[in-house]
Design a protein around this ligand. Structure first.
Ligand SMILES: Nc1ncnc2c1ncn2[C@@H]1O[C@H](COP(=O)(O)OP(=O)(O)OP(=O)(O)O)[C@@H](O)[C@H]1O
Ligand code: SF4
Ligand SMILES: [Mg+2]
Length: 327
């Protein structure tokens, strides 16, 4: 299992009038080949900014303050920004969580696909068009040739999401990052899009990073998971181990706030909200919401500790507290 993407101590801040928003503040993780990884956390935890940073497409007022990004062991920094985007778009395909930003309403599906294809490959417009049709077929769009001539508004939400995936695949990336790929889709279509992602992983031997706030999707789609809280990694583990025995109080709270199919346990919403990232709480950023917090949690930032067995946790008290899922 080769290492595909490595993110080391990434910090991305937004320089706003109100102050510096520390959206991503020291995030590290690795994506291995063939090991689908989930990035999970509540809204505002920094999931999207993390992957945009890894691809070098953070826009103002955002800026990567520190951090190193490696793809297959090679550091991606020695290139000009424009060049870097191209490289990353080719190595890493990104399906945006905002359907309006991934497809331009003013151009046909075909024109948009051809444009992306031609930024990655030296082909004529006609060749690009043929490749576009193949991409639509790959994402199982019926009557691909006709759909190439359609405008985005003429298509259903599920179809638009497939086209957004096709667009992300245009550079034949080794890694596909799908950012909340099924939000806003109804349940049947959600299931179809997930099946498609699984099929692409299998057939194209492509690795997947799934961004979501939905623990159910994490369980279904991933083998490893990185839990983000307020711009920091709370915990990282193999998915089944994380579900079996979470080590971070935030992970446990996330798990207890989602319905389980196997048990009729009461759902416990996580109290409080995600902190202000201009002036985050001192020490552990989760301390205002944590039922286990002690003085040390306010005084000292917990390091992300390697606890063996490819697990890491960022909590001063992980050894002494007993976390349980609602029985
Ligand atoms: N352009 C911007 N200007 C200022 N702050 C920003 C900007 N973009 C993102 N942020 C801040 O960065 C933080 C992380 O945002 P991000 O979009 O990565 O969260 P997320 O985990 O993807 O949330 P969601 O589940 O809602 O998509 C948030 O606090 C957000 O307000
Ligand atoms: S470090 Fe303290 S506040 Fe943070 S999660 Fe652990 S126990 Fe809770
Ligand atoms: Mg997001």
């Amino acid at each position: 299992m080769g290492e595909l993407l490595r993110v080391e101590d990434l910090r991305t801040y937004f320089y706003t009038e109100a102050g510096v928003v520390k959206a991503v503040d020291g995030v590290s993780f690795v994506v291995n080949e063939g090991e689908p990884l989930g990035l999970v956390g509540e809204s505002g935890s920094g999931k999207t900014v993390t992957v945009l940073s890894a691809m070098g497409i953070v826009t103002r007022p955002g800026r990567i303050v520190t951090g190193r990004i490696f793809f297959r062991g090679e550091e991606l920094v020695h290139t000009k920004e424009e060049e870097m985007r191209k490289i990353r778009g080719k190595k890493i395909g990104y399906v945006s969580q905002d359907p309006n930003s991934s497809l331009d309403p003013l151009y046909t599906v075909g024109n948009q696909l051809v444009e992306v294809i031609r930024t990655h490959f030296e082909v004529t417009k006609e060749e690009g068009w043929d490749r576009g049709i193949k991409l639509l077929q790959l994402v199982e769009i019926p009557e691909a040739e006709t759909r190439m001539k359609a405008y985005p508004h003429e298509l259903s939400g599920g179809m638009r999401q497939r086209i957004a995936i096709a667009r992300a695949l245009a550079g034949e990336p080794e890694l596909l990052v799908a950012d909340e790929p099924t939000t806003n889709l109804d349940v049947t279509i959600q299931a179809q899009v997930l099946e498609l992602l699984k099929a692409l992983e299998r057939d194209l031997k492509m690795s997947l990073v799934l961004i979501t706030h939905d623990m159910g999707l994490i369980a279904e789609m991933t083998e490893r998971v990185v839990v983000l809280y307020a711009g920091k990694v709370a915990e990282e583990a193999a998915t089944h181990e994380l579900f079996q025995a979470p080590k971070h109080p935030y992970t446990a709270a996330l798990l207890n706030s989602v319905p389980r199919l196997d048990k009729k346990a009461a759902l416990v919403p996580i109290g409080g909200g995600i902190p202000n990232l201009i002036n985050p709480p001192t020490g552990c950023r989760f301390n205002p919401r944590c039922t286990f917090a002690k003085q040390i949690c306010i005084d000292q930032v917990p390091p992300l500790e390697d606890i063996g067995g490819r697990r890491a946790v960022s909590c001063h008290r992980w050894k002494e507290i007993e976390l349980r899922r609602n029985a």
